[in-house]
Structure formats: C-alpha cells, structure tokens
Design a protein around this ligand. Structure first.
Ligand SMILES: [Fe+2]
Ligand SMILES: [Fe+2]
Length: 359
C-alpha cells in the first residue's frame, strides 16, 4: 500500500505543504503504471500531466541536435513532467521508464484546481520555478561564454597554422595588452574609457590581430628574405581582410569583443605619426585598443627569435621602443611600458614555446 502523503511530503514540489493541502493534492492523484522501456513523456508533445514516482526509475533525456543526452535519472519521491504543466508549454524532455515504474499522475484540470484553491502551493511553485530558472540562466550563460571564448582563441590559432607566429606570441601579446590597459587606467585621463569590460574584451580580442593572414598566399607569408613591392602590399592587406572578417561577425553578433577585434585587426599597423597602414590615420585618431596592440606586438617581435633574426635583449628592446616614441608609438603608452618593463619581461618569460617564427 502506497503512503501517498509520505511520497508527496518527500517530493520537492509538495514538501512543506499543510496536511490539508496534501490531502487536497492526494484527492486529485491517479495511479499510473509504466513497464520497463516505455516512453512516458516525449519531448515536443503537449504536457498535460505531471507524475510523482512511487517506485521504479526513469531517465530524463533531451535531443541535443546530435542525439539524445541523458540529463537526469529520477526515482521514488521525485517529480517529472511538471515544467510543461506549469508553463503550459510542450514537453522539454523525454522521460522513459528504466524499470517497471509506479507513479501518481496529476492531470492539468486537477493541477489548475489545486493552484486556484491553495495559495501555499502556488507560492511554492513560484519559488521552485524562480530557483530553476536562475540556475538554468547562470549555467547557460557560463557555458555559452566559455564556448565563445574558446572558439575565439581557436579562430586566432588558425593564424598559427598559416604563419610561423606562435601560440605563445598570442598569449604574450594578450597579456601585455591587459597589463598596459590596467596601468593606463590608473591615470584619470583613461579611467572612463578603460573599464573592466574594455580590458576583458581586449584580452579576448588581441589574439585575433593577425587573423587576416589566413587569406595571404603561402608564397608571400613564408617567403624568406624581403618582400618585393606588390608582395608587401598584399601582405599589408591582412589588416583590412581581418577587419572585414570581424565586420561579418559583428553583423551576426553585436558583442563588444568583436568591435574591439575589428579595431585591432584594422589599425594595429598604424603609426602615431600617420605613416602606418592601411589607412594612415595618426595620433589619437588611431583607436586606443590598436595603439595598445601595436606596441605590445612590436615589443614581443623584438624580444622573440625569428627565422630572420635573433632575439633582441631587454635593454636593446627598450632603446628601440624609445626610438619609436612619437613616430611609431603613442608616447604615453610607450612611457608606461618602459616604466614597468620588468612586468612585461615576466610575461615574456612565462609564456614560451618551442617554436619561433616571424611577425
Ligand atoms: Fe599584423
Ligand atoms: Fe603579432
């Protein structure tokens, strides 16, 4: 003999209700038996009942696009099918009996009657729904953000397969950029622009700076020695090609990350004095993200051993940075980098790999 009140008071949905409320629920329940392997609810069907498991075991699974994924197993005292009933929507999952399973079924009419007559039950359901919804939103947004970041870095690593530049270079430059941005943000003049979102976007977007190189032919990209005029022009187009790629992404997703990536791709070879490429803009017309990227990229190229040159040591690299102040680099950003050069060196030494390559 099933002790229905005990089953109800052990279930998430009905625990904590008064004896009167439980009796009212009990009066509406009907026994339902399902043999092993029977599908009790099917994803996409109308949800017109919920079930409380008295004995047995069920699996809850969902179609992920690539196949069924088991989300949960439920046993005695647990409830399923309530989401569709509460939200008046179709089933969001398929429930199958793993063993012969005994349930108590509550249909829509009974459920609506109970809700109308029992504010405590209505309140309890509202609490459960809020808790589930916020857990779901948190989990979904964390998963999405992780996937989005991993995909962005995987995309950036495409340049590694098309260019001798290394993954370690991408790691180092993103860390130099963040450090520069953090140091600059201590200055009142930058505080409004360099927010936490700006820094996070810069960290995610920096590895995409040379993504346009995927479209440069091997004969140019891997050519030993100098490039001739037409080849150099073609090589320079990696900036606008990368920007066009980012523009397409922005059309699909307005995320700030890609707006920052667009500016970095297009302007990271511009120079403070206006003699850079591809547009020749100068000074603060060059977006801050790109001015930061430009010096981070050059510093790493100086310090790294490449196929055509040895590594340039720290003090010679500083001299070269100083030589570029006001011509190649934003004087304020260069000054901050030189002042804290030890911290950039730490990053350089932290992220190393076996491969070395060209800028
Ligand atoms: Fe570049
Ligand atoms: Fe680079």
């Amino acid at each position: 003999m099933i002790n229905v009140q005990k089953v109800l008071s052990n279930s998430e949905l009905f625990s904590g209700l008064s004896v009167n409320s439980l009796s009212r629920v009990e009066g509406r329940l009907k026994p339902a038996s399902f043999a092993r392997n029977v599908v009790i609810c099917r994803e996409g069907d109308d949800g017109d009942s919920m079930y409380i498991i008295v004995s047995g075991l069920v699996t809850v699974s969902s179609d992920m696009g690539w196949g069924q994924r088991e989300l949960a197993r439920k046993g005695p005292g647990e409830v399923f099918g309530e989401m569709a009933l509460i939200s008046n929507d179709v089933r969001s999952a398929t429930v199958r009996a793993v063993e012969d399973t005994e349930c108590l079924e509550l249909d829509r009419a009974g459920f609506d009657d109970l809700l109308d007559g029992d504010p405590a039950l209505a309140q309890r359901i509202a609490k459960i729904m809020t808790r589930r919804f916020s857990t779901l939103v948190h989990r979904t947004s964390t998963e999405l953000l992780g996937a989005y970041r991993a995909l962005t870095f995987a995309l950036a690593n495409l340049t590694e397969s098309r260019d001798p530049e290394t993954g370690a270079h991408l790691e180092r430059t993103r860390h130099y950029c963040v450090l520069l941005a953090e140091l600059l943000s201590e200055d009142d003049r930058y505080r409004d622009q360099i927010t936490d979102e700006f820094i996070d976007g810069l960290f995610q977007a920096a590895p995409l700076h040379d993504i346009g190189k995927v479209a440069i032919p091997d004969a140019i990209l891997f050519k030993p020695g100098g490039l001739i005029e037409g080849e150099f022009e073609r090589m320079k187009s990696h900036t606008s090609i990368g920007a066009t790629m980012m523009e397409r992404v922005i059309r699909q997703s307005g995320a700030d990350l890609f707006r920052i990536a667009y500016k970095i791709c297009l302007y990271h070879h511009e120079r403070w004095d206006g003699t850079g490429y591809p547009t020749g803009i100068a000074g603060t017309d060059i977006p801050l993200e790109a001015r930061i990227m430009a010096i981070a990229d050059v510093y790493d190229a100086l310090r790294s051993r490449r196929v055509y040159k040895d590594s340039i040591d720290e003090s010679a690299s500083i001299d070269l940075l100083k030589g570029g102040i006001g011509t190649q680099f934003d004087p304020e950003i260069a000054a901050v980098m030189i002042e804290h050069i030890g911290r950039f060196e730490e990053i350089y030494l932290t992220y190393q790999d076996e491969k070395t390559g060209g800028a």
